[in-house]
Ligand binder design. Structure first.
Ligand code: ADP
Ligand code: ADP
Length: 225
């Protein structure tokens, strides 16, 4: 089923007298179970696209539909609620809290919920197990390798059982061996049915994806595997 749809989406930034078109007339659909790489040189519009996909920003033109409903009709609070419940974010810099244990870091998204789910403990353990970090649950981020920290960040993104996982250069801070192991983890999660969109600079990493969206000067071109 359909998760996200971009229909004639453009994003322009006003720079004094000039207008920068960061994204021009984007049209594509993300379905459940998709495994999509977003590729493109620096400044091509990848971050702009990811911000729009996570409704962290609004398009200048066009419409974004999440689960068939236009995001534009939601209030800022409504968008934040849908984002927290349905979208998992993974970043290049991991963004873990150093004073908290691995388990507490993974639990954080559930703590922001005014009424944490009754199965919160089970969700945390499931998320830890799905990234192979159960035996490090009591460690702190500083005691882990880069690859292990990214696994914890992925577990944190999964703990709400989101509809879609958005990963912005998740292997950008990792050596090639560790990057390959994180790529394998994303592949396993996709094989289990997770919908994943991942930004990468690496053509080698992108070559493992079922769909590839190339961004060039704000224009998106899809190339199939
Ligand atoms: P990428 O992530 O591929 O490096 P971006 O989406 O960050 O590309 O940027 C796309 C274009 O939009 C670039 O020309 C960039 O300078 C411009 N841009 C991005 N964010 C802003 C902003 N907040 N204000 C003005 N221009 C911006
Ligand atoms: P690094 O290379 O930085 O030590 P990795 O990402 O390779 O980190 O591995 C981190 C932890 O995840 C290790 O404890 C490893 O045993 C475990 N691991 C590695 N690959 C997988 C996998 N495909 N599935 C589950 N756990 C894994």
């Amino acid at each position: 089923s359909e998760v996200l749809r971009l229909s004639g989406v453009s994003k322009r930034y006003r720079m004094g007298e000039n207008t920068v078109t960061a994204l021009a007339d984007a049209n594509f659909v993300i379905n459940e179970g998709d495994f999509v790489a977003i590729l493109g040189p620096s400044g091509s519009g990848k971050s702009t696209l990811m911000h729009l996909l996570g409704f962290l920003d609004s398009p200048t033109e066009g419409e974004i539909l999440f689960e068939g409903k236009p995001v534009s009709v939601l209030t800022e609070t409504g968008r934040a609620r849908v984002r927290a419940a349905k979208i998992g974010f993974v970043f290049q810099a991991f963004n873990l809290l150093p004073r908290l244990t691995v388990r507490a870091n993974v639990r954080l998204p559930l703590s922001y919920n005014p009424e944490p789910p009754a199965d919160a403990d089970e969700r945390v353990e499931r998320a830890l197990a799905s990234v192979g970090m159960t035996d490090r649950a009591h460690h702190r981020p500083g005691q882990l390798s880069g690859g292990q920290r990214q696994r914890v960040a992925i577990a944190r993104a999964l703990v709400n059982e989101p509809r879609i996982l958005l990963a912005d250069e998740p292997t950008g801070n990792l050596d090639s061996h560790t990057a390959a192991s994180i790529l394998n983890l994303f592949k396993e999660l996709n094989a289990q049915g997770r919908t994943i969109i991942l930004v990468t600079h690496s053509p080698e990493i992108a070559s493992h994806f079922k769909r590839r969206l190339h961004v060039l000067d704000g224009r998106i071109e899809e190339r199939f595997a």
